[in-house]
Design a protein around this ligand. Structure first.
Ligand code: GDP
Ligand code: CA
Length: 308
């Protein structure tokens, strides 16, 4: 089994490569739910949906989130009433949130609802929310106020300085049985190139997850989400600096060295390979920008080999 600790976009791209490289039924993602938010009474799971829509070939290629061929009539009507419409929910996408919310109200777990959604989209791999309970990533701003992750990320377009991040509910949440087994039983465990602070850290904050990951460190590999000192998209580089870490593959190695033996870094960072090793991780240098064809599947193959 090839198990991936996953956030949104970076993880989804990696997973598409893994599906090309391996028998899809052996690929499992343990997915962050710290980004989840309830809006208009609807339970929205952005990282699960980004993975699902990407692997189904249905993600909007320009926006990079949400469904292709989307329309926005419900949002326009909401705006007409003066409702809160800063978080874009397309008409097609709304169907997913309506279904998820109704099933949650009927007592189904997020794990089984996600299996229903991914089966409907024809995915042959498994997407497992790390927990069935609510975990909420909260961000502290420079003025001392605290806001929800989506308010920071979407409403404020992550344009404000942060001084801290916490995962409300994580300490009392339980890792799902399926997610823990996927970590324990994996031949290779991959920390996807996702935002380390708000996609990977909330997974690790759930009791039992960090222990399960560190216990098998030598068969774990991480792919750096930082390339040439910067994130490809999003605030990961700025967040690292604002929290006092280095936005480089060396900073990533310092963060991940107890979790994985190997760090895959991009060719542009080849000169930093010795510093990564100095920081305590074996460095593998290869192309990691997955918008280029073939890169994601080669990356998945190299990650599996690194865990042998
Ligand atoms: P989100 O939840 O949709 O914000 O996405 P993620 O949690 O997956 O994090 C975004 C991170 O993924 C950024 O730091 C990007 O640099 C990284 N990322 C996205 N695509 C790629 C890629 O093709 N290669 C690598 N190495 N990193 C990527
Ligand atoms: Ca996310």
């Amino acid at each position: 089994m090839h198990t991936v600790l996953a956030g949104g976009v970076g993880a989804a791209r990696y997973l598409s490569g893994a599906l090309e490289a391996f028998d899809p039924s052996t690929v499992t993602a343990v997915v962050n739910v710290g980004d989840d938010v309830v809006l208009h009474g609807l339970h929205i799971s952005p990282d699960l949906d980004t993975c699902t829509y990407t692997l189904a070939g249905a993600i909007d290629p320009e926006r990079g989130w949400g469904l292709v061929d989307e329309s926005w009539q419900a949002m326009a009507e909401l705006g007409r009433y003066g409702g809160d419409n800063w978080f874009g929910l397309g008409d097609r996408d709304l169907g997913t949130h309506l279904f998820r919310t109704a099933r949650l109200h009927a007592g189904a777990s997020l794990t089984s609802i996600t299996a229903e959604i991914t089966a409907t989209w024809g995915l042959a791999c498994r997407l497992l929310p790390v927990t069935n309970q609510r975990v909420e990533t909260r961000v502290t701003l420079a003025d001392g106020s605290e806001i929800g992750f989506q308010e920071y990320f979407v409403r404020l377009a992550h344009s404000v300085e942060i001084t801290g991040v916490r995962f409300a509910g994580a300490a009392t949440a339980m890792v799902s049985r399926e997610a823990l087994a996927a970590i324990d039983d994996a031949d290779a465990l991959v920390i996807a190139p996702s935002n380390p602070i708000v996609s990977i850290a909330p997974l690790l904050a759930i009791p039992g997850v960090t222990g399960a990951v560190t216990a098998r460190r030598d068969r774990n590999v991480a792919v750096s989400p930082i390339i040439g000192g910067a994130a490809l998209k999003g605030p990961a580089d700025r967040m690292l600096r604002e929290l006092g870490e280095e936005s480089s593959v060396v900073g990533i190695a310092r963060r991940y060295r107890d979790l994985a033996a190997t760090l895959v870094i991009d060719e542009v960072d080849a000169d930093l390979a010795p510093a990564v090793e100095q920081a305590g991780m074996r460095a593998v240098v290869m192309p990691t920008i997955m918008s280029r064809p073939g890169v994601a599947s080669a990356l998945a193959t190299a990650c599996a080999e690194a865990c042998l």
